[in-house]
Design a protein around this ligand. Structure first.
Ligand SMILES: [Fe+2]
Length: 334
């Protein structure tokens, strides 16, 4: 998915104008998820006659994103300024053609080293865990066991409620931050949230319909629900990848750390105690010991003693004895 945009600035006619351009262009590139890879020299010519005058290489998450930047209202005045002030050659390259599995290349190429603060990791791990378990249970559930069917409906409705709250909190508390620094990605996330909202509506319709079915239709309806959950999960995983592989590194490059921390604190403060309980029951079995020690260490610093004791109870419920003892040791040492 990665795209590379190469310029060779052959001649500068107006140095003051180009200095103005250089001072203002980076924030437009960053806003579209891009990053400068090469600015000028040094370079080595190893073959042929091409002698770059002043090469500039910019990396974007995709060719589409590169073109969005190049034709954006944000960049247009600077592009005109550069055209008036200099003469260049430019080529855009799509990295997709070399990939055998675009998704694999995309995630393995993600600049995760740029991530100082991860807004998504723990809760997204928990959501994946909840979705996978919902599919697994739906696959082996006896559709004629009314008690099991009722429990399934309650579990899936609780999960979908948490996903609704999660998306709303992302829109309310992370949305303005992303909009400020990465406007194109912000618009994409809003579109994806609306699409996923429609998908959860379909799963809810399948859940409701299932309770009214009898005989062979009940078995058919349970399989439809299994497939619906699978389809929804595929879309949800893709969305999480966008957030964690594209948005998160770009946001960490573009936004000051205190803005990330402030937005995250406001989001966490908005979670009701009941929803926090639900999230933690998804997160605890989904995370590794290091994630849990970090998460519980931060919660211990920010939560009243009584609330933290309740959160520890969730860890005791969700972990085996060895894993819980490891968490208790890590917290005692911290
Ligand atoms: Fe999201």
């Amino acid at each position: 998915m990665t795209a590379y945009c190469l310029w060779d600035v052959r001649e500068i006619h107006d140095h003051d104008a180009m200095n103005d351009y250089v001072a203002r262009v980076t924030e437009t590139v960053t806003a579209f998820g891009g990053a400068y890879v090469v600015i000028g020299g040094p370079w080595q010519i190893v073959e042929g006659d091409w002698h770059p005058a002043y090469p500039v290489l910019i990396e974007f998450p995709s060719l589409e994103r590169a073109h969005e930047w190049y034709s954006s209202e944000l960049y247009a005045p600077l592009r005109d300024l550069r055209h008036a002030a200099s003469t260049s050659d430019a080529v855009f390259f799509d990295g997709t053609a070399a990939a055998t599995d675009p998704q694999l290349v995309r995630s393995s190429d993600a600049p995760l080293a740029d991530v100082c603060f991860d807004l998504y990791r723990d809760v997204h791990k928990g959501i994946r865990h909840g979705l996978f378990h919902a599919i697994e249970r739906a696959g082996h559930l006896d559709p004629f066991d009314d008690v099991a069917l009722g429990e399934q409906r309650n579990r899936i409705e609780r999960l979908l409620h948490l996903l609704d709250v999660h998306a709303a909190h992302e829109d309310d508390y992370l949305g303005p931050l992303i909009e400020r620094h990465l406007p194109v990605l912000a618009a994409q996330l809003q579109r994806e949230h609306a699409e996923l909202d429609a998908c959860t509506g379909e799963v809810r319709r399948q859940l409701t319909a299932l309770g009214c079915l009898t005989g062979a239709d009940r078995r058919f309806g349970q399989h439809r629900l299994y497939l619906g959950l699978s389809e929804f999960t595929a879309a949800y995983l893709q969305h999480q990848t966008t957030e964690e592989v594209e948005v998160l590194p770009a946001l960490n490059r573009a936004a000051p750390l205190d803005e990330l921390l402030e937005a995250n604190a406001a989001l966490v403060a908005a979670i009701s105690p009941g929803d926090m309980d639900g999230y933690m029951r998804l997160i605890v079995p989904a995370c590794n010991p290091h994630d849990l020690a970090e998460l519980y260490g931060a919660m211990r610093a920010g939560a009243p003693d009584e609330a933290f004791a309740g959160l520890l109870d969730i860890a005791r419920d969700g972990l085996d004895q060895h894993a819980y003892d490891r968490l208790a040791d890590d917290l005692a040492r911290a």
